[in-house]
Design a protein around this ligand. Sequence first.
Ligand code: MG
Length: 158
Amino acid sequence: MRVGMGYDVHRLVEGLPLWLGGVMIPYNAGLQGHSDGDVILHAIADALLGAVGESDIGSHFPDDDPTYEGVASASLLARVRDIVSERGFAVNNVDAVLLAERPKIAPYVDAMRRRISEILRIGPGDVSIKATTNEGLGFTGRGEGMAAYAVASVIPVP
Ligand code: MG
């Protein structure tokens, strides 16, 4: 088994759609990015790439490449799943933590787990999504952005 970790941050901007864990969440602000800014999917993608020694999403999907302008992060994560399999591994499990002061994401966690498990072709029970506030501290606490951490494990395909 191999393990990787990922971390991502995006700025929160009023009026943008909020995509988290592959699910659009009703809110008055969304994450700004070259893609849809989905910090959870980006952290998971980086964790998976790390697990198979394939650097990070910035090197695979450069943010100065117009191909990826406004792209759904779900499609980037699907490509990462293929990279994992091209390297001879299968995704075993992923665990992510979102740092966000609001909105409450508990009502959307099951939908995120289902969506991520579809993209990665693993069971919903192999996907864990958690969230915490930052107790009002720092940039996430002030609502200026959101951050996510993720860990992923992969197993060699015989
Ligand atoms: Mg990102």
